[in-house]
Design a protein around this ligand. Structure first.
Ligand code: MG
Ligand code: FE
Length: 164
């Protein structure tokens, strides 16, 4: 059965809401275990606060279509589940695995928001776009931070391992 762009945008917004709930869980889990990596923890705490705002942006867009908060079902997408599972792993090198997972997750989010912006265009949902653009910028900043810090995090990991 054919679906109009408006319905496809609503579905996309719901999926993004589930994605952000997953992001929040991943970051909360990591923040509790980052005593040896205060810079990473500080950046994750900042992005966790941004993520709360991103959820509000999505709620605002959904509300414009008469979709209330309570109708949002946060179904886990398998790819996100896999990345979250990776971030679960308690291993000596979990800081590295979490960094790889964060790199993947932030880039997943970038693609999701770009796609939502296209859908908002096609659905004529102009008022939704500033919300999506604000979140996209935050995901791009976070992805850039992870990318720029792979080297320093790895070097810190080696220092921690050598001191253990
Ligand atoms: Mg996000
Ligand atoms: Fe993010």
């Amino acid at each position: 059965m054919p679906q109009d762009p408006r319905q496809l945008l609503i579905d996309g917004l719901r999926n993004a809401h589930a994605m952000e709930v997953q992001a929040r869980e991943m970051m909360e889990r990591q923040i509790g275990r980052l005593d040896s990596y205060p810079d990473v923890r500080a950046r994750l705490q900042t992005h966790l606060r941004e993520t709360e705002t991103q959820l509000q942006h999505l709620d605002t867009c959904l509300a414009e279509f008469g979709e209330s908060n309570s109708t949002v079902k946060d179904t886990t997408q398998s790819i996100m589940g896999n990345m979250a599972a990776l971030a679960h792993t308690v291993m000596p090198d979990e800081i590295l695995k979490n960094t790889f997972a964060n790199n993947a997750f932030e880039n997943f989010e970038i693609a999701a928001y770009k796609s939502l912006l296209s859908l908002a265009d096609l659905a004529g949902a102009a008022s939704c776009k500033p919300h999506l653009e604000a979140s996209l910028k935050e995901e791009q900043a976070m992805a850039a931070w992870v990318d720029q810090n792979v080297d320093s995090i790895t070097r810190s990991f080696v220092r921690v391992a050598e001191a253990a």
